[in-house]
Design a protein around this ligand. Sequence first.
Ligand code: EPU
Length: 355
Amino acid sequence: MSQPPILVQKNVSLQAFNTFGIAARAHEMLVFQSADAVQSAVTQGLLRDRAHFVLGGGSNIVLTADVRQLVLKVEISGMSLVSETDKHWIVQVGAGVNWHDFVCWTVANGWPGLENLALIPGVCGAAPVQNIGAYGVELQDRFHALDAVDLETGRAFTLQAAQCGFGYRDSVFKHEPAHAGAMGLKGRALITQVRFALPKQWRAELGYLDLQKQVSATGITEPDAQQVLDWVVSIRRAKLPDPALIGNAGSFFKNPTVSEEQCADIIGREPNLVHYPLADGRIKLAAGWLIDACGWRGKQIGLAGVYEKQALVLVNRGTTAQSVTGGEVMTLAKAIQTSVFERFGLMLEPEPEVI
Ligand code: EPU
């Protein structure tokens, strides 16, 4: 049987493959267009004894130097309706498909449920790793199952939602194997296909303040999924930079959670603190507000900047010819962490993976 094609590239620029636009190079990169090609690379021993990292849309990474690890780039395509139940349409997508293109395709076909997640940068294979979320919906609310390849054995396997360990911007794919006694699949699994269960009994999810404002402004109280998608696109365009124009990796820090007592203590000193009670009794704080309150919005260190319209987003103030470096981004991130810690006693946790 013939081997599926694996494209091997040496000394390749990663600048176009990370949304920050950082000018780093990969010593070697393998490009896969099918799960078979991934399995074949493993069984041929191409990954043996070599550190590697999986590159999706590059929307959640900071490259701090040229990458010595073997880069595995996933370009698996395809979108299809694979089955349906009484309650759901089951839709499958290749890991290399652009996330927003997939969301638009589902809504255009009359399978709603992902519209609140429109315009999130990146590819579909990376979406479960991060458990992406926006405007009141998280990937885990619509997730059905995924297929992956074990990068040690070459075996293909399927995981259901309960096996993915989803949490806030978290999953089993972000943790080292045997991390804290739990199962971790970081560096071990390469996601090839993702399936979603999209509800037939759909209701617009409009709880988030920015969407409520759209309802009031337009008077449309029962929008369809396409309308919600259009609103989300316009909200995001108004406050988040387009990575095609200004390099960035979305929110740079996670929103921290604190106990009720901690929250009351901070409010005593900072009465305007933005906070949201969670179902488990803890309180979520808006990291963007904390950073803004420390005066960082619009500031810059070297070519690394804090976006003027959303302080949670760090941006590349350089050009393609002279881009920000990962070192500058991390220097700015650490300076922000220090000032937020000094003022609020909270250590912000970065969201992107630092490589
Ligand atoms: N705020 C400020 N100043 C700022 C930024 C924010 O005062 O510079 C305040 C806002 O006024 C608002 C609050 O902070 O009261 C929260 O801001 P926003 O509504 O923009 O949402 P966020 O909590 O900063 C999160 C996600 C985003 C997601 C939005 C919408 C995280 C880390 N970020 O941002 O996700 O799009 O909610 O659901 O959870 C991402 O993960 O990359 C991302 C963009």
